[in-house]
Design a protein around this ligand. Structure first.
Ligand SMILES: [Mg+2]
Ligand SMILES: [Zn+2]
Length: 213
């Protein structure tokens, strides 16, 4: 089984990209967020707009994130459980691998990451988007095909919190959801296990694996 885990708001308590964007460039952040909500721009455009004016060095940004971002409790136990039970965990994120990696390391975690990257510098931040296929089901370059490719035919468990997780979560065999994702799955009539921390995810996964055995 593949366990695809969203990073922002899911493994981490905060949405780390929103968090540092709102911290370093609050007015641009709020304006891009409003335009995204109004449907004027898509998520990728919003992301690039929000980080563009931020001119702090990468080391300073990483230090701010490592200092302030909290990983949800139970992540270590979940990773250990996955390795015992032959489940492959992977982080699938619309954030930036080069900023995620130090947050994980500071919390003693090492997980494979599928995410964008970002260049920092005096000209501002520039997103290096990874190629993601356009999805005919939701009309964006979403996580569905990406997760399916990572699963390579294995069953999929998906853990997420937001609207950008919805398309991939719909496609999963087992869903863990909180916040906006939970509301959308409920509205669409898809079953899911609610979670507040990674202990909830580990227990749900154990129950599903033992039930299937
Ligand atoms: Mg999220
Ligand atoms: Zn989609």
């Amino acid at each position: 089984m593949l366990l695809a885990i969203d990073f922002d708001g899911t493994l981490c308590e905060q949405d780390t990209v929103d968090w540092f964007s709102a911290h370093y460039a609050p007015e641009v952040f709020a304006d891009a967020d409003r335009r995204l909500a109004a449907g004027e721009i898509d998520l990728d455009t919003c992301l690039q707009l929000q980080v563009a004016p931020i001119r702090v060095p990468e080391s300073e940004l990483v230090a701010f994130l490592v200092e302030t971002v909290r990983i949800r409790p139970g992540a270590d136990e979940l990773v250990a459980f996955c390795s015992e039970r032959g489940v492959e965990p992977v982080l699938v994120s619309s954030g930036f691998e080069n900023l995620m990696r130090p947050i994980l390391a500071a919390n003693g975690l090492d997980l494979p990451i599928s995410a964008h990257a970002v260049d920092c510098g005096p000209e501002g931040m520039r997103v290096r988007f990874r190629g993601r296929a356009h999805c005919d089901l939701c009309g964006t370059a979403c996580k569905r095909a990406e997760v399916r490719a990572l699963a390579a035919g294995r069953p999929i468990a998906y853990v997420g919190d937001g609207i950008s997780d919805l398309c991939a979560a719909e496609d999963a065999d087992l869903r863990f959801a909180r916040h906006t994702l939970a509301r959308h799955l409920t509205a669409e009539g898809h079953a899911f296990i609610p979670f507040e921390d990674m202990h909830d995810v580990r227990r749900g996964l154990a129950a599903a694996l033992d039930g299937a055995a």
